[in-house]
Design a protein around this ligand. Structure first.
Ligand code: MTE
Length: 316
């Protein structure tokens, strides 16, 4: 991530508490929290084009109150559109998400090019309200719409050599002005062990707040791995590949001392340039106290067993 000195609080971080609580109350009364009505004010043209999605609730959702749609869709990291938090909402309108093809490659029996419809069709959608903890020591709660990553991967029949799975984002300088600057190894790429990918908490998200994803949040499909720092949750995926060896990652190539392959949320292992012990909760206001960061972002019961043989200081 950029230098911590850039991690300053700006007006866009602050939700008007009264407006937020009233809106939440209204949604609860109407029984439609998560149905896409939490947009603040009039939607922009890009927001108006988002499509409603049918979802069912998930047992994996946190009962914490989600951040506002405004917070979630205007405070983003999507370096292909610039380094500032409001660059993605300003510039990601140029991303063309239809048609969209995902290439499946590597150690599996069903490689090929799949269009978005092929990818999504068989999968019932759930609302998964997850905490997102960014490596920059802030967090949000996001009502994603998606389905288990493992259900998708199984369809491509990974073979016995498939120990890892990696993902790539689109890399097109005509649509993504940020990739003209070599701030990262493009295309953005990330990876998981197969055991991590098959964990039921890992999802492919295709929407939030009951509608399709806004471009700045990674339309048309992205990964969400809630027990890991947010940079593992790669956006706008165009390739999924199975491999025997641990794959490279963009952040690992750019700054190996700072961004390990595992990237589990761990308050006991500091980033070399800042502490990971506490986090600023986006939307709580300028003077709110930071809250303690939880091991595995609070999802230890579901995922700690994946790491029982690993030294999490060495494998950070
Ligand atoms: N994916 C791509 N392709 N490019 C990025 O810059 N940023 C990551 C992750 N996925 C990023 C990405 C980081 S650092 C974070 S914290 C999350 O996306 C932010 O997701 P959000 O903007 O939807 O909250």
């Amino acid at each position: 991530m950029k230098n911590i000195n850039n991690n300053i609080i700006r007006p866009v971080d602050i939700t008007d508490e009264q407006v937020y609580l009233k809106r939440r109350h209204f949604l609860q009364l109407a029984g439609i929290a998560g149905a896409g009505l939490a947009f603040s004010g009039l939607p922009s043209r890009a927001e108006a084009e988002l499509k409603p999605l049918q979802t069912s609730p998930s047992k994996y959702s946190t009962d914490q109150t989600p951040n506002s749609y405004q917070d979630i869709s205007t405070y983003n990291n999507y370096y292909e559109f610039g380094l500032d938090k409001d660059d993605p909402v300003r510039y990601a309108k140029s991303l063309i998400t239809d048609p969209w093809t995902v290439k499946i490659s590597g150690e599996c029996d069903k490689p090929g090019d799949y269009n978005l419809e092929d990818i999504l069709k068989p999968h019932p959608l759930e609302e998964r309200i997850y905490r997102l903890r960014c490596v920059e020591a802030w967090s949000m709660v996001i009502p994603w719409v998606g389905f288990p990553l493992g259900d998708l991967l199984k369809r491509f029949q990974p073979n016995s050599n498939a120990n890892y799975v990696s993902f790539k984002t689109l890399n097109d300088s005509t649509q993504m002005p940020g990739v003209r600057r070599r701030v990262l190894r493009w295309p953005y790429h990330e990876g998981l062990t197969m055991a991590e990918a098959m964990n039921p908490l890992a999802i492919i998200a295709v929407g939030l707040y009951g509608k399709t994803l806004p471009n700045q949040n990674g339309a048309p499909l992205r990964l969400v791995v809630p027990w890991k720092y947010g940079f593992k949750s790669i956006k706008s995926i165009v390739e999924i590949s199975f491999s025997k060896k641990q794959p490279d990652t963009s952040w690992g190539r750019s700054a190996p001392r700072e961004y390990g392959f595992y990237a589990n949320v761990n308050p006991e292992v500091d980033h070399p340039r800042w502490s990971q012990a506490r986090e600023r909760v986006i939307g709580t206001g300028l003077f709110a106290a930071k809250q303690p960061t939880l091991m595995f972002n609070g999802y230890g019961d579901e995922v700690a067993h994946l790491y029982s043989d690993l030294n999490l200081r060495k494998n950070f």
